[in-house]
Design a protein around this ligand. Sequence first.
Ligand code: PHE
Length: 436
Amino acid sequence: MTHTPREQWGTRLGFVFAAVGSAVGLGNMWRFSYLTAENGGAAFLLLYVAIVLVVGLPVLLAELVIGRGSNKSPIAALVHYGGPAWAPLGGIFVGCGFLILAYYSVISGWTLRYALMAASGGFGSDPEALFGEIATGPAAIAWHLGFMGLTTLVVQRGVRGGIERATLVLMPLLFVVVCGIAVYAATLEGSGAGYAYYLSPDFRGIWSWKVFSDAASQAFFSLSLGMGAMLTYASYLTDDHDLPEESLLVALSDFGVAFVAGLAVFPVIFALGLSQAVGESTIGALFITLPSAFNQMGTAGVLVGGVFFVALAVAALTSAISLLEVVVASAIDGLGWTRRRAALVGGGAVAALGIAPALSLGALDWMDKIAGNVLLVAGGLALSIFVGWVMPDPMGEVARGTHGVRWFFLWRWLLRVPVPLVLAVILYATITSLFP
Ligand code: PHE
């Protein structure tokens, strides 16, 4: 077998952008807004922030440390530090990549479809009915397949030429557009109730396992954690990166986008009297409310809407790429395949699996629950134990490229005790509530 040297990110910022590109995606807009709407607004938001800080950040840093230290894709990386007993965990990560990408691509297909509608003049008079039409059926399958084609194409071109280049331009654009919509939303009459729901917490509603489970699952989903995506991206890193600093940057950017997206979505939901519609189809919240708002803004609105959905599709693409990259990198490292072959076979398999969620919203919801609420949280639990107790010298690895040891002891301690405890309890509650 010929041995080509392992790929690397082209620029210093290349990794941060790609990691932010992976983190920022449908999770920040679609998933964040519907879960926040479903779980009580501001109190959920605070719980989410707490979990990101106490659990998400340490696990993110853990993935980066394993990835950079080993320079390997998940299965090989876990075996490298923990021995063959850890290979199955890497296998679950790869499976999780398949599962998430399959429905993620269907939703991304909706996004493309909405972008096209904007280009052809508007979102029609009944956004709820429109969502019903777009969400499932043959057209949903076709758009999903198109999106998977695009994802496969970029991944096949490799780390530097494909992934890095696509993210550098499009992420900033998305952020500008979302901020613009948030400013517009502030001018709507009746938006106050939306801000109240989103920003003034009422803690009575959050003391249920479902709320905790959703907050944890959202933290993992949004930060692309618990399935080796960040680990894989970090495996293309060199030693001179300050991982704690970069993980903080990634987490902050990811939260920033989600928070502003909420500032755009909630005022609109309340100003347009859509809270009822959202209650009935929470999964569709974003895709029903925003087109309504764009419609009301007239031609300019449709234009902004078009740009929004294009930018969202791009954010989704940069996340989808990282999901497929886990599968592809594992096939390259583990089976000795070429990148091209791995991308085509992996992408093709995901495309086939995505037909189920493209035919049924129920299947989509179920896949999201299994992957997001169970597998990612379980993955995070395993990773924290791995770095906390199994990996030989995580402190040495995390310190490389930094300016000396600061709060790393706290990090290690969090991974040893509090993080596994919190995740184990949440996971137990999730599983017993999903399979009573
Ligand atoms: N973080 C991405 C989002 O918020 C989704 C994702 C999950 C990507 C897991 C990679 C791994 O849209």
